[in-house]
Design a protein around this ligand. Structure first.
Ligand SMILES: [Zn+2]
Length: 384
């Protein structure tokens, strides 16, 4: 479709749209516009917000439809970004410098052998046992509240730890936030999404176990928290863990949270994303680093951490689009990084279906263990 046709479509859409029936700005790549479901592009105004980006205003039902569409088209998470107008974003934001050398080797080497695979297995089994964690369901809300309780129990003996629920304006499933406060307000963030989705159907109550996507990432965060708490770790900066709501419907939870951080001027040293950690899709590789839409200097540090502390084969790969919550932070001008379980074209084909079960990974969390070790190394080495 040519630009002229798109302009006509824009004018036509604007004429027939109802300004009151759509609420949330959603950005998609202009190259995807031609293939979007007609029911969406015929009823919403379309704004060009950059040479390759288009903004739509959609309601919750249309956002769910868009998530299904992108899953079928690309077979992966996301494909679009929800919850912010481009005008509000891309402000330059200078964060503290990212360490260029590793200085905490004895402490890291003490902590990383304490990661236990069986505990990570237990967390994946538990978190994927909710019938669904879709962001609009009661079970999805309950799962996040139960996770908050688990993180609170794990850190009950750390006096400077606090778990809160970040409430989102437009839906009930909260984002879970644990802060282990340091002397400095600067935050070192580790996160992953807690919600799940079944894109086979429109039924929001359909089974969506999300064992790999992303109970596996939640198990990584939970194990890092357990090891730090057991060792009574006192950070210098503030160490923040987040289980985001509503990633599967256009990164809505993390877009809200990152907007809040930008708005409040909270200084952030870096953001590490775990989304998909337990499926060994690339047989010769233990880990992938997502190269695009992430921070080169933070990725440099990650290279050093992997080579020094994990000593496993890894490679860079590219998502090619806003494929997980790291993008929300990148979008706001913060430094983010995203280690992933496999090459993107070899990823788990069961995600977003009722078949995203722990059994797909052989009922063990072996592949996810190095991600927890990496998160511990990141937490300490960023905290020099
Ligand atoms: Zn995911």
């Amino acid at each position: 479709m040519s630009v002229e046709n798109l302009m006509l479509l824009f004018i036509f859409s604007f004429m027939i749209s109802s300004p009151f029936s759509h609420a949330t700005p959603v950005m998609v790549s202009a190259s995807d516009l031609n293939s979007l479901p007609k029911s969406i592009i015929q009823t919403t105004p379309i704004k060009f917000v950059g040479p390759s980006t288009v903004e739509l205003d959609l309601n919750d039902e249309e956002i769910t439809l868009l998530a299904q569409h992108f899953h079928k088209l690309k077979g992966r998470c996301g494909g679009f970004v929800t919850g912010a107008s481009v005008n509000e974003t891309h402000k330059s934001f200078s964060s503290a410098t990212i360490p260029s050398e590793l200085k905490r080797q004895p402490e890291v080497l003490n902590l990383i052998p304490q990661v236990e695979e069986s505990r990570m297995s237990d967390t994946i089994k538990w978190f994927s046992s909710y019938p669904t964690r879709f962001y609009l369901t009661d079970e999805g809300k309950q799962a996040m509240e139960d996770l908050a309780k688990k993180w609170r129990d794990l850190t009950k003996d750390l006096p400077n730890a606090e778990v809160t629920l970040f409430q989102h304006k437009d839906w009930a499933q909260p984002t879970v936030v644990l802060k282990i406060k340091g002397l400095s307000p600067e935050e070192i963030i580790l996160g992953g999404h807690g919600d799940s989705i079944n894109t086979d159907t429109n039924d929001i109550h359909a089974p969506a176990p999300g064992a790999d996507d992303n109970a596996s990432g939640i198990s990584v965060l939970t194990e890092i928290i357990r090891v730090l708490a057991k060792n009574k770790y006192q950070p210098k900066s503030t160490l923040t863990f987040m289980a985001y709501s509503a990633e599967e419907v256009g990164l809505r939870g993390s877009m809200d949270v990152s907007a809040y951080y930008l708005d409040q001027g909270i200084p952030v040293k870096g953001v590490l994303q775990f989304d998909g950690t337990n499926f060994k899709g690339s047989q010769e590789l233990g880990m992938i680093l997502v190269e695009d839409l992430t921070s080169p200097s933070l990725n440099n540090l990650m290279e050093k951490l992997i080579n020094t502390y994990l000593k496993l084969p890894w490679a860079y790969d590219r998502c090619g689009y806003a494929c997980s919550d790291h993008y929300s932070w990148t979008f706001r001008g913060f430094a983010s990084t995203f280690p992933f379980e496999s090459r993107l074209n070899e990823e788990n084909s069961h995600i977003h279906t009722p078949g995203d079960l722990f059994s797909v990974s052989g009922n063990n969390a072996h592949h996810a263990v190095p991600f927890a070790r990496l998160g511990l190394a990141y937490a300490l080495e960023m905290d020099q």
